[in-house]
Design a protein around this ligand. Structure first.
Ligand SMILES: Cc1cc2nc3c(=O)[nH]c(=O)nc-3n(C[C@H](O)[C@H](O)[C@H](O)COP(=O)(O)O)c2cc1C
Length: 205
């Protein structure tokens, strides 16, 4: 009996140790898919491709920003309209409505660079919804000239949000007729880059 008791306690402590480890792992998990919203604006589907990669790896709700009045099909007319909207500060109304945005803790916001700026519809979104206290995580595709002032504008429009490092990659060049390029091999490369960024900002382990 004297020998049995220590052995008995040994197994009890082993068991409780592994239980603690399990519960420890749970509390350290970064992902809470029901708290994640991924909102994106995309005209030629490059930003949509990145949004879908994020969604595949994080779960959550994926929402395309749609306008009450869509932009023209014509590229040059769209560029001109965006210039005028930026000059006048016009915020194009959205058709997309998000119910109960307060249930999300993490809001990814994806957009192309337009005129080296944040596209007006994304400004509408950030002004229309109160994202205070949330993580607002920007991601972007562009025609090769980078993010311009877009990430800075996200910060300015969300002064009470935490803004982790954003993600950006080259997408299409509509001006040269190059529309969706983040597909096939490029989509595989994009996924590796996105996953490594999500780990860096501690959204994924
Ligand atoms: C109106 C408009 C303005 C743009 N302005 C820029 C720009 O200033 N710099 C840039 O690098 N690309 C610019 N682009 C190219 C887009 O950022 C690029 O093609 C992006 O990948 C498009 O994303 P999407 O396929 O999700 O719409 C512009 C495209 C449009 C339609």
């Amino acid at each position: 009996m004297v020998k049995v008791i220590p052995i008995f306690f040994y197994f009890i402590s082993l068991g409780s140790g592994s239980l603690l480890k399990c519960s420890g792992l749970k509390s350290e998990e970064y992902l809470h898919a029901d708290k994640i919203l991924i909102v994106y604006l995309s005209r030629t589907n490059n930003t949509k491709a990145v949004a879908e990669i994020i969604h595949k790896n994080t779960g959550g709700d994926l929402v395309a920003l749609e306008l009450a009045t869509p932009y023209p099909e014509n590229y040059r007319a769209t560029v001109q309209q965006v210039v005028e909207e930026n000059e006048s500060g016009y915020l194009p109304p959205l058709k997309t409505k998000i119910d109960d945005i307060q249930r999300y803790d993490i809001v990814f916001v994806g957009f192309p660079t337009w005129g080296m700026k944040l596209p007006p519809p994304m400004k509408t979104f950030l002004k229309q919804y109160n994202l205070s206290g949330k993580k607002v995580i920007p991601f972007n595709t562009n025609g090769g000239y980078g993010i311009g002032t877009s990430f800075q504008t996200v910060k300015e429009l969300c002064p009470a949000s935490e803004i982790p490092e954003g993600f950006s990659m080259k997408g299409g060049e509509e001006v040269y007729g190059k529309l969706l390029v983040i597909k096939d091999d490029k989509a595989v490369e994009a996924e590796a880059e996105v996953v490594s960024w999500l780990k860096k900002i501690k959204i994924l382990k």
